[in-house]
Each structure stands twice: as structure tokens, then as C-alpha cells.
Design a protein around this ligand. Structure first.
Ligand SMILES: *Cc1c(COP(=O)(O)O)cnc(C)c1O
Length: 427
């Protein structure tokens, strides 16, 4: 048996001979587009690249409108604002997500109600949503996490029954499809991030998608100092163009993207479908291999998910089947075998050091009552906590852009650790 890489044996994946694929991906196309923007002198907002990207992204997501903005955090904030959610309102969100999903609810002075997730998809649990609904509930923000899709059939049924808005947090789901409908086209508004780690990126950036012309108009204004778009969304044009000078439509600030970012996004979007297909093919194959191994549970692929879009590749680790080997040691050993970072999932929001809403008393009116409602510690999230502390294993999505052979190497590395779990226990 080969010695473990942690004990100075050979790594399963030798990156000096055969490196992992790079992320981000770019080429001459991006270079040309950036030079074009540079030489045009049109560097700021509503230029031809941004207009083109918004049209392409709306078509890609199967929505009528896309509006670009600076990141996938303010997309959530302006989505909440466009839906007129604020003081006294409750918004139901999953406990496993990036902190922005919760922080933006606080940013509009509403109350995030944090509920548990399903253990096999890590996405929001529809039964937990039902239990959390009160007369103050205004919206749900399902997050399509890592490789999975929130159960949009159940979520839309709950929303319709109770008259709630849905903002889909699609920061991990550019191009994913549920029963033939694209992520970001199912709820009222889709929220996307183009941050560097995401699988469509301009370094930073974000977009909101919607079919509703009134929401599109508000979203467009909210990212542009509140200006009313002069072109009318209702008449079918994209609303971008000159602006009236008859005063602001809404109070807001500058949350606009640059032409440089839009130029990169136009090119990145052309690459995305093929990249998604590669990640899907490899992900399926890797899951096939992993599910044969003891102690490893792939995330469930819902049969209603008609097109896959992976962000990171995640799976569940069952310590008891690895002779009790703690997950931290498993992750370290896997990292050494694969020569790539092996992470846990996001920290549950009731324990997340980046979600600390009580630290802004000057911005939010933290009355005793409001504080009691938003205190992250009050939410019980046993499934999120178990996934984070003892089950989650996450790899960067670039591993899924490798060869079929790379997928076999990942599975072999897991098997190698399994076979020598006892040795690792002693370390
Ligand atoms: C990345 C991310 C965001 C925030 O996007 P940024 O562009 O980084 O602001 C929001 N929600 C989820 C689930 C994310 O992963």
C-alpha cells in the first residue's frame, strides 16, 4: 500500500506533472474585449457591453430582464427593496449559506428567520419553512447551494398559498434548471454573483433577473442612484438609455458595474454552457465512483433538476465508517493526496463569525424586541450544524473541469484514506 501523502508518501494527484485546471478561465477573447472597452473611453455604466450582457443573461436565464450590479450581495438587498420588504417584515432563509443571504435582510431592517436544511441536498427544508411562517412573513430566499437545487415545487406552493415573495439566491446556480426552468426564473427575482469564486465571474459583479416589468424598473433604478429608467420596461425595451431629469424615482445609491466587467461577463457567458456540461459529466461520474465507497454519501441529485450547474463539488463524510476518523483529519489527508484545498461547507448562520448583526447599533434600531428577533443564536439548526461540523467535504469547482482520470484520482484518494484510517487516527 502506498504511504499516505500526509506521511510523506506520494500524492495521488501529482500537480507538478499534471496540474488542476485553472480558475478563472480567459483567453484572447477577453483580452480583445477589454482593449476594445479601454479604447472606446466608455468605461462606466449603461454602455454597449453592459446592455449586451443584460440581454444575453436574460435570454440565458429564460427571463425578460437582467440588471447588472456590483456584486451578489447588493443584488439581494435591492431585490428586497424592490419588493418593498423592510421594518417589521420577516424573511425566511436557510441556515447554510453565505452570510450575505442573512446580512442583506438586516440591511433593509427586516428580520431573517433562519431555518434548517435537508440533509441530502443541504438546501432549505420546505417543512421548516411552513413551521416558520407568521403573519409577518413576506418572503423566502431559497439558496441553490453548491451542486444542489432547492425544492422549488414545494417552495412555490408554499409561497402561493401564503402570498409570499420568492427571491432565488442563485450565486451557485448560473445555468441550472428545474423541470426545464432556469434558476433565477422561477421566483419573483433571481440573484446572481459574479465574484471570482463563482462559476461565471468578472472578479466582482452581480445581476438580478425578473419577468416583472415593474420590478425590473425598480431594480434598475435602485442600482443607479434611484434614477427612473427613461426607456420603459413595460414597452419591452430594456429601460437602459438616457434618464429624465425630473427628479429621482427612488432613493438609492451607486451600485453600478463597469464596462470592463461587463466585457468579461459577455465572454464568460459564452464559455459557461460548455463548462457546465463538463462539470456535470465529471460530477456525475465522480458521484458514481464515490457512492461505491464506504462512508461517503454524494449529495442527492433531484430528478426534477433537468440541468446541473455545479458551484463547488460537495459530498458527505460518515466518520463511523472511517473507523471514527474525525473529519478534520480526513480533510487534511485528502488535501495532501489531491494537492488542493479541501473545505467544510459554510458555517451555519447561528454560529457564523461573519454574521454578527448586533455590531451595527447606529445603523439599525436595535430595540430589545428587534434584537431578540434577529439574535442568530435563537435559531435551532441541528442539520446545518451536523453537516458543517461532521459531514461536509467541499472541493473547488475547478476539479470538475479536469479529465475523467482526475475524477478517478479523487475517488482513489478517498479510498486510500479509508484503507489507512487507522494509521491516521494515531497521528
Ligand atoms: C457569493 C454569494 C453571495 C454574495 O455574492 P458576492 O458577489 O460575493 O457579494 C450571496 N449568496 C451566496 C449563496 C453566495 O455564495
Amino acid at each position: 500500500m502506498e504511504q499516505l501523502a500526509l506521511l510523506d508518501g506520494p500524492s495521488v494527484k501529482n500537480i507538478s506533472k499534471d496540474p488542476w485546471p485553472q480558475w478563472p478561465v480567459w483567453g484572447k477573447e477577453e483580452e480583445k474585449a477589454l482593449i476594445e472597452v479601454l479604447n472606446s473611453g466608455v468605461w462606466s455604466y449603461n454602455g454597449p457591453k453592459e446592455t449586451e450582457f443584460n440581454q444575453l443573461f436574460a435570454a440565458f436565464t429564460g427571463t425578460k430582464y437582467s440588471v447588472c450590479t456590483v456584486n451578489g450581495t447588493v443584488t439581494l438587498q435591492i431585490a428586497l427593496e424592490a419588493l418593498e420588504i423592510g421594518v417589521g417584515d420577516e424573511v425566511i432563509i436557510p441556515g447554510l449559506t453565505w452570510q450575505a443571504t442573512a446580512a442583506t435582510v438586516i440591511d433593509v431592517n427586516a428580520t431573517p428567520i433562519i431555518v434548517d436544511v435537508l440533509e441530502d441536498t443541504w438546501c432549505i427544508d420546505p417543512e421548516a419553512i411552513k413551521k416558520a411562517i407568521t403573519p409577518r412573513t413576506k418572503a423566502i430566499i431559497p439558496v441553490h447551494l453548491y451542486g444542489a437545487f432547492a425544492d422549488m415545487d414545494s417552495i412555490m406552493a408554499i409561497a402561493n398559498e401564503h402570498g409570499l415573495h420568492i427571491i432565488e439566491d442563485c450565486a451557485h446556480k448560473h445555468g441550472g434548471e428545474w423541470k426545464g426552468k432556469k434558476a433565477g426564473s422561477i421566483g419573483d427575482i433571481g440573484s446572481f454573483s459574479f465574484q471570482l469564486s463563482k462559476h461565471l465571474t468578472a472578479g466582482e459583479g452581480g445581476a438580478v433577473t425578473t419577468d416583472d416589468p415593474n420590478l425590473a424598473e425598480r431594480l434598475d433604478a435602485l442600482r443607479n442612484c434611484g434614477r427612473r429608467p427613461e426607456g420603459s420596461f413595460k414597452s419591452g425595451d430594456k429601460g437602459i438609455g438616457d434618464y429624465g431629469d425630473d427628479g429621482n424615482f427612488l432613493q438609492s445609491g451607486n451600485l453600478r458595474i463597469t464596462e470592463f466587467q461587463a466585457a468579461i461577463l459577455v465572454e464568460g457567458l459564452k464559455r459557461l454552457p460548455k463548462q457546465n456540461d463538463t462539470r456535470d459529466r465529471n460530477g456525475e461520474y465522480l458521484n458514481e465512483l464515490l457512492k461505491e465507497l464506504p462512508g461517503i454519501l454524494p449529495l442527492k441529485r433531484d430528478s426534477r433538476e433537468t440541468k446541473k450547474a455545479y458551484f463547488n463539488f460537495a459530498f458527505r463524510y460518515i466518520k463511523d465508517e472511517f473507523k471514527g476518523l474525525p473529519i478534520n483529519k480526513f480533510r487534511k489527508a485528502l488535501e495532501a493526496e489531491l494537492n488542493i484545498v479541501v473545505d467544510a461547507c459554510y458555517e451555519p448562520l447561528n454560529q457564523c463569525p461573519l454574521y454578527v448583526p448586533h455590531t451595527k447599533p447606529a445603523r439599525h434600531k436595535l430595540t430589545e424586541d428587534y434584537w431578540a428577533q434577529i439574535d442568530p443564536k435563537r435559531f435551532q439548526l441541528p442539520v446545518c450544524e451536523r453537516i458543517f461540523h461532521v459531514e461536509s467535504v467541499c472541493l473547488h469547482h475547478k476539479v470538475l473541469m479536469g479529465s475523467k482520470e482526475d475524477m478517478s484520482l479523487i475517488a482513489s484518494a478517498v479510498k486510500k484514506i479509508y484503507d489507512q484510517a487507522e494509521t491516521l487516527m494515531g497521528l
